[in-house]
Design a protein around this ligand. Structure first.
Ligand code: ADP
Ligand code: MG
Length: 383
């Protein structure tokens, strides 16, 4: 790791060509218009291709998906028909997104197949997908274990296990599932953890199964850091909705996400925004999977302007040209703030984030400012 740190200084930029990639992957990158690797890609790809296990922390929107997907594609055995890489992530939307990104990257690799295994999908559909013998599976942990228990999927031969949004995956809600997945996969597999946040207490857990792993910490000061203008708006709770409408108007913002802390709040806010003529839809974890997919699809295709959501879309979701993120409620966990605002300003673009802070949320916001070392400017709405 130390050697590598020295190798990759600010001055020595590594190109995709320097990475010994196959013509298929280079061709796909070229087709997608991806020219130079981001900092996390420059650092992570060579280590992963060297079969190292890795803990990688890098800011939102800086290309972590390609950083773990490219090495996987380079190491696939196309003559074998078992699952060779398993990518785990916390939400269904993210699993579908990663699957489609990896398929895009593998478009020139003959015989390649990847599939998403997620809750809310019928067993028959998943059976059909698995019958096509995917080399790469992207999954949410619960459903994967379910299929493994029914012997519908065999993950006992994987080479690589990726935990995307790793800190979330190692928290209370998921850690049990992750440990079980660790136990039914090979002991000598390569493990790669990726996230924009990695709290100390979570990092401590990783020693149990990742002793000797390399570590990468791409600081937000790297040149490809997200360019987000952050604002706080001190405002009574009851005026928050008006504030969003006014800010959208006076800042000439269109495509935005409004984050709420509860499902009920997303419903209230959506109704009120619609009543004010804003084209918006809502998304939370209790909505049926079919509808969830349709809403995400429509949002990606720009069919409506404002997505009102819980933290189910706070992590990892990559939608083009989101101009602004609003925190209607201030998030309950510090990391959530970084993930939420990171839905804008992706891949070198810029964006704005507005946190609407009611009196009772001031302390919470102060904690977030301290934790993230962000320096949001106070925003005053024109009367
Ligand atoms: P992260 O996981 O770090 O939040 P993603 O992997 O979702 O970020 O990537 C964010 C966006 O950047 C995606 O739309 C992706 O296609 C694009 N991207 C990835 N790598 C590059 C690159 N080297 N150059 C330009 N765009 C890239
Ligand atoms: Mg990501």
């Amino acid at each position: 790791m130390e050697d590598n740190e020295q190798l990759i200084t600010e001055e020595t930029e590594i190109s995709f060509k320097d990475m010994d990639l196959s013509p298929e992957v280079l061709g796909a990158l070229k087709k997608m218009g991806v020219k130079r690797p981001t900092t996390v890609q420059q650092k992570a790809i060579p280590l992963l291709m060297d079969n190292m296990s890795l803990i990688a922390k890098a800011p939102t929107g800086t290309g972590k998906t390609f950083a773990f997907s490219i090495p996987i594609l380079e190491y696939l055995n196309m003559n074998a028909s078992f699952v060779q890489a398993l990518i785990l992530c916390p939400t269904r939307e993210l699993a579908l997104q990663i699957t489609s990104e990896i398929k895009g990257l593998a478009r020139q690799i003959k015989g390649f197949n990847a599939c998403a295994i997620i809750g809310g999908q019928s067993m028959n559909v998943q059976k059909e997908k698995l019958a096509k013998k995917p080399q790469v599976v992207v999954a949410t942990p619960g459903r994967l274990l379910d299929l493994a228990a029914r012997k519908m999927i065999d993950i006992s031969n994987i080479y690589t296990l990726v935990l995307d949004e790793a800190d979330e995956m190692l928290k209370m809600g998921f850690i049990k599932d992750i440990k079980r997945i660790m136990a039914i996969t090979p002991g000598d597999k390569q493990i790669a953890l990726f996230s924009a946040t990695m709290p100390r207490e979570i990092l401590d857990i990783t020693w149990q199964f990742m002793e000797g792993a390399a570590e990468i910490d791409v600081m937000p000061k790297a040149e490809d850091h997200p360019d987000i203008d952050e604002y706080v708006v001190y405002i009574p709770e009851k005026d928050k909705l008006d504030a969003i409408v006014k800010i959208l108007d006076e800042q000439k913002l269109r495509k935005a996400i409004v984050f709420c802390n509860t499902k009920m709040q997303t419903e209230k806010v959506t109704d009120k925004l619609i009543a004010r003529g804003i084209s918006c839809k809502l998304l939370h974890g209790s909505i049926g999977q079919g509808t969830r997919n349709r809403v995400m699809d429509a949002y990606r295709k720009d069919k409506f302007d404002v997505l009102v959501a819980t933290d189910v879309v706070a992590r990892g979701i990559d939608v083009d040209d989101i101009e602004a993120v609003f925190n209607y409620d201030i998030p309950t966990e510090n990391e959530f703030y970084l993930h939420r605002i990171g839905r804008t300003a992706r891949a070198g673009k810029s964006g704005k984030a507005f946190s609407l802070v009611a009196f009772k949320e001031r302390d919470r916001m102060e904690q977030i400012v301290r934790y993230t070392s962000c320096d949001p400017e106070e925003y005053t709405i024109n009367q």
